[in-house]
Design a binder for this molecule. Structure first.
Ligand code: C5P
Length: 241
């Protein structure tokens, strides 16, 4: 089980994951430097990982913060297991995989993960709707599919999930507090929504059951990212009682 701190009432900033959705190594390191040391994590997704290569994980960790590698693995069990080992050797503290890969794939990932790594299951992407599910042969609704996949993941030994703000309460009701939940779609009050359609504020998402909050553009696209992060942390400390 992962040792990376999540948000607590005393230290809500420890649960903030900053999404480094940037096109190049230089742009990402520039922002990560400005924001380091950060008590939470930096998220490296496909765009940056493919552009900058695995060294970006080491470089960000060298700045003193933990890394969430958001690669959403989905392949045959052996390939996923070996990919988890590779991510672990880079030092990633968190890693995502698609739960739709099924129990055997999830089990291979769980068996390959070292004790310090938090594996996070992705259920139904928020860009998917019922039409997407039906197109791909899934006859149930989105909410049922989210709960179904989460149950497969947790039942196979995963300790973490990625969930949109509006799925939090149902997942907490189904799985209690034994699972760590990471939630994107966060917007501080008054911030631009960008393409996030049903966002919650940081304090709302924590109250709904999130352990970690993924926040990207409200920080990374701000004129002063350090000030934007400080403002979010100060507001959280004031709101979370
Ligand atoms: O900039 P913004 O705060 O919208 O970034 C949110 C991050 O969370 C992005 O990296 C995005 O890919 C990710 N994410 C999301 N919604 C999901 C899953 C991941 O916004 N359902």
């Amino acid at each position: 089980m992962n040792t990376q701190a999540a948000a607590t009432t005393a230290d809500p900033a420890a649960g903030i994951i900053i999404a480094l959705d940037l096109p190049t190594r230089d742009a990402a390191i520039e922002i990560a430097r400005q924001l380091s040391p950060h008590p939470g994590l930096f998220k490296i997704g496909l765009q940056l990982f493919i552009a900058a290569g695995p060294d970006i994980v080491r470089e960000v960790r060298d700045l003193g913060s933990a890394v969430f590698l958001d690669l959403k693995l989905h392949d045959i069990p052996n390939t996923v297991g070996r990919a988890v080992e590779s991510a672990s050797s880079l030092g990633a503290e968190m890693l995502t995989l698609h739960l739709s890969g099924g129990g055997a794939m999830i089990k291979a990932a769980v068996q390959a993960a070292p004790p310090g790594m938090l594996l996070l299951g992705v259920t139904v992407l928020t860009s998917s709707d019922e039409t997407t599910l039906h197109e791909t042969g899934v006859a149930t609704g989105v909410k049922e599919q989210v709960l179904r996949l989460a149950k497969v993941g947790i039942g196979t030994g995963l300790h973490g999930l990625v969930a949109s703000p509006h799925e939090l309460r149902a997942l907490r009701a189904a799985h209690g507090t034994k699972v760590k939940i990471v939630t994107p779609g966060i917007r501080p009050a008054g911030a631009a929504a960008n393409d996030q359609k049903r966002a919650m504020t940081p304090a709302e998402a924590l109250a709904a059951g999130a352990d970690y909050l993924v926040i990207g553009r409200p920080i990374t696209a701000a004129a002063d990212p350090r000030a934007a992060l400080a403002e979010i942390c100060a507001k959280l400390e004031a709101d979370v009682v």
